[in-house]
Design a protein around this ligand. Structure first.
Ligand SMILES: *Cc1c(COP(=O)(O)O)cnc(C)c1O
Length: 373
């Protein structure tokens, strides 16, 4: 392929990185301080301010953040954590890390988030936490989950910039809310994550457990609890600070691309687009996932799109039907019919803040053509 063809190929996702990121990273390199330096606290405070949380703890990934957040609300061996089967596998894995059992409940067919009624029905006396996911940046129905009365950990890894049904920014509601900074997320540090929390005790515990269980006033090599190495480097914090400064632009870029997709794909028979915001809800756009018409084969569609220079991928597969979850927990097809139907028909289309209108048009036209409508 020629250089030009490579440059013009549409990618599935693509971070926005510029001079601000380069300058900040260079400053860290020149400072010689690569971990546990001044940028850690700076990034945490700036991020907490952005989502309206009292505190935030930076960690090495969204998964690490979810793990520590579950520990912070007291999940332990033998417990059950009620969550959605339509998510990235990490949402369920983190319960398994603590030898707790992820208990799935079906999703809402419109929002694609965990259905609060199904979740309530799945609660047993062993359940000690709920782990709703703001899937594809669309806020989960937190008020309904709060009525169930169990501690909540929000998987907000896809929802930076979203507002919930009460108009509260995701992360600012008071439950531990976990964000992810992998390269395709709204804000990236390459790898990284953040746990937003309301109280200083939770922050202290998370800060300690990300750093081998060291108490803040303790000696460098003394440890008063079991911990992990889930630290985020100064280089990553520098990237995060630069990204945070341009976050509003990144988010509005994504929202613009989503709106263009919506206009160009509206009315394609049988194709389901992401649900629209209602009331005070504002989606924090992360991906543009469509559900294909029931009468087309997804694999054929993905291949035909690829032949037209348009990458796409099945997204998300149902977690309970993954090999590990089938083998370890005995899950099988038919348990969560709404989730399974959505998972079988969904594909993610190319989506990133700097995607040009012409590129969106190319994707939309290819999809219409491939679908024959
Ligand atoms: C990205 C993501 C995570 C965390 O992923 P990491 O790669 O560990 O940062 C967790 N849950 C969901 C739903 C995600 O999309």
């Amino acid at each position: 392929m020629s250089v030009r063809a490579v440059r013009d190929a549409i990618s599935l996702a693509r971070p926005v990185l510029g001079e601000a990121e380069e300058r900040r990273v260079l400053e860290v390199l020149r400072s010689g301080r690569l971990s546990l330096g001044p940028l850690l606290g700076e990034f945490e405070r700036a991020f907490a301010g952005k989502v309206g949380a009292a505190h935030a703890s930076a960690v090495s990934s969204g998964t690490a953040g979810l793990h520590l957040a579950l520990r912070a609300v007291g999940v332990k061996e033998g417990d059950e954590v009620v969550t959605t089967p339509l998510s990235f596998v990490a949402s369920a894995n983190v319960a398994v890390y603590e030898r707790a059992r992820p208990v799935f409940a079906d999703i809402d067919p419109v929002t694609l988030n965990l259905d609060p009624e199904a979740a309530a029905a799945a609660v047993t006396d062993r359940a000690t936490a709920l782990l709703p996911v703001h899937l594809f940046g669309y806020p989960a129905d937190l008020a309904a989950f709060e009525r169930i009365g169990l501690p909540i950990v929000e998987d907000a890894c896809e929802a930076l910039g979203a507002n919930d049904a009460d108009g509260i920014p995701v992360g600012g509601r008071g439950h531990p809310a976990v964000f992810g900074f992998y390269a395709n997320k709204q804000l990236t540090t390459g790898e990284g994550g953040m746990v937003a929390v309301a109280d200083s005790a939770a922050k202290e515990r998370i800060d300690s457990e990300r750093n081998q269980g060291r108490a803040p006033d303790m000696d460098w090599l003394d440890h008063d609890r079991l911990g992990f190495n889930y630290r985020l480097s100064e280089v990553a914090c520098a990237l995060g600070l630069a990204q945070l400064e341009r976050l509003d632009d990144l988010l509005s870029g994504r929202a613009r691309v989503a709106e263009t997709y919506r206009q160009m794909l509206r009315g394609v028979e049988g194709l389901e687009l992401p649900c629209e915001d209602t009331g005070r809800i504002r989606r924090g756009w992360f991906v543009f996932v469509v559900q294909l018409p029931r009468d087309v084969e997804r694999d054929v569609t993905v291949r035909a799109l690829s032949e037209r220079g348009v990458p796409s991928k099945p997204y998300f597969p149902a977690v309970h039907l993954m090999t590990y979850y089938r083998e370890q927990f005995g899950h099988r097809e038919g348990e969560f019919p709404v989730c399974e139907d959505v998972a079988a028909r969904s594909i993610a289309l190319p989506f990133f803040p700097e995607m040009r209108e012409g590129q969106v048009e190319q994707v939309a036209e290819a999809l219409r053509e491939v679908l024959g409508r």
